[in-house]
Design a protein around this ligand. Structure first.
Ligand code: KIV
Length: 254
């Protein structure tokens, strides 16, 4: 079994090996995905919606990400385990480093936060502390309330320049990869060509160096909402309903 490291992810750009990433929030899912050969598992703050039932990620606490990171770490052998810094866990550089250390202590190999130029000081502090870092630019779910929804970024020249500067800020501050969320595919491909670190897209087209999806979206385990960019490969919700109905049937019919 080859262990995936930040260096493996970084070098995949040079050798054109597509990075395959998924979120995971618990032990059995992490173990199954790890055994299936997923390169990177993210304990995303999307757990706020997928697992905890909040309307968005802005309710997620650092303690909750730590709790789920511990579970995912127990199920991860080969994949690189990245954990999200939730909102208000990196308001300044000192807090960013302290929060990152707690995620690493919980078993994460690297951390991720949302923002490029605006978070350069935090990113620089994290990487200077020796903690591997993944950036996240484009649509930033922790800002969904100010933004008023999940909208595609990079459709104007001004936005494209801003996003490119964000990607460069992550690269220059020592990040080893950057997630591009809901970025216009042409702009995402442009960013991918412009930076030396790999881009991992979500809803940003096929021109990125890799792709990440929310696990529940991929397997059909969150039937109440599915983003447009997702092609579900399963119907876990349907299977659970079927099993529950079969159990109800056989238990009630005596
Ligand atoms: O929290 C999350 O699931 C994420 C992905 C959307 C990349 O950050």
């Amino acid at each position: 079994m080859n262990k995936i490291t930040p260096e493996t992810i970084r070098s995949s750009k040079r050798i054109h090996h597509g990075i395959v990433a998924l979120t995971a929030y618990d032990y059995p899912t992490a173990r199954i995905l790890d055994e299936a050969g997923i390169d990177l598992l993210l304990v995303g703050d999307s757990l706020g919606m997928t697992v905890l039932g909040h309307p968005d990620t802005t309710h997620v606490q650092l303690e909750e990400v730590i709790h789920h990171t511990r579970a995912v770490a127990r199920g991860t052998s080969a994949a690189l385990l990245v954990a999200d810094l939730p909102i208000h866990s990196y308001d300044d550089a000192d807090q960013a480093v302290a929060s990152s250390k707690r995620l690493i202590d919980a078993g994460a190999h690297a951390v991720k936060l949302e923002g490029g130029q605006a978070c350069s000081a935090q990113i620089r502090a994290i990487t200077t502390a020796g903690i591997p870092f993944v950036g996240h630019i484009g649509m930033l779910p922790q800002h969904v309330r100010e933004e008023g929804g999940y909208r595609i970024k990079g459709r104007t020249a001004e936005q494209r320049k801003f996003l490119l500067d964000d990607a460069r800020a992550v690269e220059e501050s020592g990040g080893f990869a950057v997630v591009l969320e809901l970025i216009d595919p042409v702009a995402a491909a442009e960013i991918t060509r412009a930076v030396s670190i790999p881009t991992i897209g979500i809803g940003s087209g096929a021109g990125c160096d890799g792709q990440i999806l929310v696990f529940h979206d991929l397997v059909g385990y969150f039937p109440w909402f599915r983003p447009k960019h997702v092609k579900a490969e399963g119907d876990v919700a349907g299977e659970i309903r079927k099993a529950a109905r079969a159990y109800i049937e056989r238990t009630r019919t005596k």
